[in-house]
Design a protein around this ligand. Structure first.
Ligand SMILES: Nc1ncnc2c1ncn2[C@@H]1O[C@H](COP(=O)(O)OP(=O)(O)OP(=O)(O)O)[C@@H](O)[C@H]1O
Ligand SMILES: [Mg+2]
Length: 250
């Protein structure tokens, strides 16, 4: 087994706030790893640290075996790391296709064909996220859930080696969530390594191959998803005592 990403003793402090407080973990290639944990436990800050969008107070990061904690955020995409944000970040004046094409251009900056029609990877990303029919509308005409799918399309069009998803299904209904879960698993089956943050624990059980549980900037435990949610410390810090998965929900 190969680790795509390794983090060692990563800490991010904002003044006296220890948002991330000494975390070590590895993301294994070809699987969906998930992070659960209460609001404010440091999940988004950890993703910001992994993508160099915030400072590291201490710690080491490596990607595909190479240290990268000192690289600039602008280099992250060309390294092969793509992400979606916890809040929708689309350009409102660009069509769905043009928003997705931004991701394509970020990766393939040179030699962009200027012909009519969309580059094949853009059409493909739109197809796979179920957006082909909406390619030429503006994001404001779409439901919130569909806007989130545009963000996923914009990330996967970069053909990343690692995709980080911070609450990609927030604001979606159950059936939209199931679609996203199926999409992420399909991408995983094609070899895309992912790190997923979600508060929908049932979705995490149904989607993730491996789970990390965080609380107060630290890692409480990690392991098989079913084992992690059964852990007394995780139930205490996050789920509430006696939390049970609904087998066969998916
Ligand atoms: N830029 C910042 N400046 C100061 N404090 C910050 C900053 N970003 C995050 N924090 C603090 O760090 C802690 C962790 O926040 P973070 O957003 O990482 O949590 P989270 O686990 O993603 O929570 P949620 O589930 O609500 O998204 C919180 O106490 C938050 O207020
Ligand atoms: Mg967050």
């Amino acid at each position: 087994m190969t680790n795509v990403l390794e983090a060692s003793d990563v800490a991010v402090h904002y003044g006296g706030v220890r948002a991330v407080d000494g975390i070590s973990f590895a993301l294994e290639e070809g699987r969906i790893s998930g992070i659960i944990g209460p609001n404010g436990s440091g999940k988004s800050t950890l993703v910001a640290a992994l993508t160099r969008l915030t400072h590291l107070t201490r710690g080491e990061l490596s990607f595909a075996g190479a240290r990268y904690e000192s690289v600039r955020p602008a280099s992250i995409a060309s390294m092969g790391v793509a992400r979606t944000f916890q809040t929708v970040r689309l350009l409102p004046d660009l069509t769905v296709a043009a928003n997705v094409q931004l991701g394509h251009d970020a990766r393939a900056r040179r030699d962009r064909p200027r012909g009519r029609g969309l580059p094949a990877p853009v059409s493909q990303a739109l197809d796979r996220t179920g957006l082909a029919e909406m390619a030429h509308v503006l994001p404001s005409e779409l439901s919130y859930g569909t806007q989130r799918r545009v963000e996923i399309a914009r990330a996967i069009v970069m053909a990343p080696k690692l995709l980080l998803l911070d609450e990609p299904t927030a604001g979606m209904n159950q059936s939209e969530r199931r679609d996203i879960s199926a999409l992420l698993r399909q991408l995983r089956d094609e070899g895309l390594t992912q790190l997923l943050i979600e508060h929908d624990v049932q979705m995490m059980l149904d989607t993730c191959d491996h789970l990390f549980a965080m609380a107060q900037g630290r890692l409480l435990t990690e392991g098989r998803p079913a084992d992690v949610v059964a852990d007394a410390r995780v139930q205490e810090a996050y789920l509430g005592k006696g939390w049970k998965a609904h087998a066969g929900d998916q």
